[in-house]
Design a protein around this ligand. Sequence first.
Ligand code: GLN
Length: 193
Amino acid sequence: MNAVVGILALQGAFRAHELAVKQCGVSTLQVRTPEELDHVDALVMPGGESTTMSHLLTTSELFDPIAKRLSDDMPVFGTCAGMILLAQKVYDARPDQRSFAALDIDVRRNAYGRQVDSFECDLSVMGLAEDFHAVFIRAPRVERVGEGVEVLAQHDGVPVLVRQGRMMAASFHPELTPDVRIHERFLSMVTEV
Ligand code: GLN
């Protein structure tokens, strides 16, 4: 594949995503400026802190160009904070926090509660023959999914991996385990026509 996958590198766990995409044999480019965004065919939005990322997206002047690319159908994969950035509605957001409202889901930040702030589990993922070991860290909880959104995995009846067109989002961190099957799934969407 000749595509270049951008890794939003303003903050958070972007290096692990970069390694996972490279491990799948696909070129990457860290994106911190609008010029860098122009050179990529798809974008990964990593986990981290969505309030900080929202702020840095504004100061780096990346917010509007990314919103434009999303409306032009650029494939995107958001994990954890990245899922929050893509969501339609964000509950328990900071008042000044922005999201792209590109993916028809509503999420609640840090909604798994103190006791299970961070946890790991094995998930059955649609299309994968074997379970996927998922790491959740202060994860958002998906509270609504729109009609056009396909739920690819659930945990305790709550969607944790979703897809809408060429957008995919996970409330967990597939980049923090050596298993690249979910990245492969996203990369197959990058070349899909
Ligand atoms: N709780 C973080 C937020 O609201 C997300 C956590 C994560 O990305 N691991 O942005």
